[in-house]
Design a protein around this ligand. Structure first.
Ligand code: PMP
Ligand code: GLN
Length: 387
């Protein structure tokens, strides 16, 4: 019997997310978990206290659909303060269940069967699933190791008359690349020429160690065609709260809101109050956070180099990519599956973020958003690999 394709057909092969799988592996083997990217310490006490206070104050029912007004205002203030971007909190800011929902809702709202979405590989895992759920096709452009640059001709060639959206991510997970102004200017030129909307995932915007975070929406002609996504999970180290947001021109944000209202409707009422407090913290908080993570990057990267890996030092995010060739690895998936047994550490094989598997077959990703003693212990264990 003929039947319409089910959504599960579109998601065939997606299985369990790599992050959940690797955390389960770490749990099972009692390994040091540098796989899934989540901090092992809490964010600022004022922010968690504000969440507790919000519960005590009775903010426990559905918040308004677009998010509570004070958080929308705080998001707009934050974008203006750090990025010089100006959004109307009522029509141009939408609070979502993490960046994940903002991205999925944007893809569902802006693309459908017959459309194409261009994105860079390696890509964050939810991009492929979000594109598949909308029924669109992904077209990938490879960021080539070791410096994760791309070919602009190849990028332009990925666009067809069916391309609706470019899904961009800077600072970039898993590579740690921070797109330069020159690269973003070229990308913007092509998106304007092809009349393509940009959805830009900037969840690591406060984790730039070298270079500068440039929101593509700040380039000429881009604000009107860009949905910018960010998240409190990464800014305040409360990944379990799942408070994110999408900012952009009113018609685009209205489209995202339409999809969002039937995904979760709303979420995280008390946490929305707390994140509004967080976004208004002083510059000292944001500066100290970046400095702390920069030191962790340097700590883990030297540990990995001492263990014999070829470290591709990240400019941003909280992930470091390594080539496993110098430690005798040829296949990152096999390498990561064996690593807990060999030395009690979990990492993520970057190959799972590629369509062109060969490009990522020798790359693996370590998270460094962990306590110093955890990073040191992981490095100590990894050094035994060569022994
Ligand atoms: N985008 C990227 C690049 C990520 O690494 C993550 C993981 N935090 C997300 C989106 C999802 O963010 P959230 O937890 O806010 O949904
Ligand atoms: N963003 C995190 C990472 O890249 C994981 C989030 C998740 O598990 N979905 O590791």
């Amino acid at each position: 019997m003929q039947r319409a394709p089910f959504l599960t057909d579109r998601l065939q092969g997606f299985g369990t997310t790599i992050f959940a799988e690797m955390s389960a592996l770490a749990e099972r083997t009692q390994a040091v978990n540098l796989g899934q990217g989540f901090p092992d310490t809490d964010g600022p006490a004022e922010v968690s206290e504000a969440a507790i206070q919000a519960i005590r104050d009775g903010h426990n029912q559905y918040p308004p659909g677009p998010g509570i007004p004070s958080l929308r205002a705080a998001v707009a203030e934050h974008r203006a303060r750090f990025r010089g971007q100006h959004y109307d909190p009522d029509s141009e800011v939408l609070i979502t269940a993490g960046a994940t929902e903002a991205i999925a809702a944007a893809l569902l709202a802006l693309t459908g069967p017959g459309d194409e979405v261009v994105t860079f590989e390696p890509y964050y895992d939810s991009y492929a699933a979000g594109i598949a759920m909308s029924g669109a096709q992904r077209k990938v452009v490879t960021l080539r190791a070791p410096d994760f640059t791309f070919d602009i001709e190849q990028f332009a060639a990925a666009f067809t008359p069916r391309t609706k959206v470019l899904l961009l991510n800077t600072p970039h997970n898993p590579t740690g690349k921070v797109f330069s102004r020159e690269e973003l200017t070229e990308i913007a030129r092509i998106c304007i020429e092809r009349e393509v909307i940009v959805v830009t995932d900037e969840v690591y915007e406060h984790l730039v160690f070298d270079g500068e975070h440039i929101p593509i929406a700040t380039l000429p002609g881009m604000a009107e065609r860009t949905v910018t996504v960010s998240s409190a999970g990464k800014i305040f180290s409360f990944t379990g709260w799942k408070i994110g947001w999408a900012c952009g021109p009113a018609p685009l944000v209205a489209a995202v809101r339409t999809a969002k209202q039937f995904l979760t409707f709303v979420s995280g009422g008390p946490f929305q109050h707390a994140v509004a407090v967080g976004l208004r913290l002083g510059d000292d908080f944001f500066g100290a956070y970046t400095a702390e993570l920069r030191a962790k990057r340097d700590r883990l990267c030297s540990g990995l180099a001492e263990a014999g890996f070829d470290v591709l030092t990240p400019q941003g995010t909280y992930f470091a990519t390594c080539d496993i060739t110098p430690v005798g690895g040829t296949d990152g998936v096999e390498f990561c599956l064996a690593l807990p047994e060999r030395c009690g550490v979990v990492a993520v094989p970057s190959q799972v973020f590629y369509d062109n598997l060969a490009e990522g077959s020798r790359l693996i990703r370590f998270a460094f958003c962990k306590r110093d003693e955890v990073l040191d212990e992981a490095a100590r264990r990894l050094r035994t690999l060569g022994a």
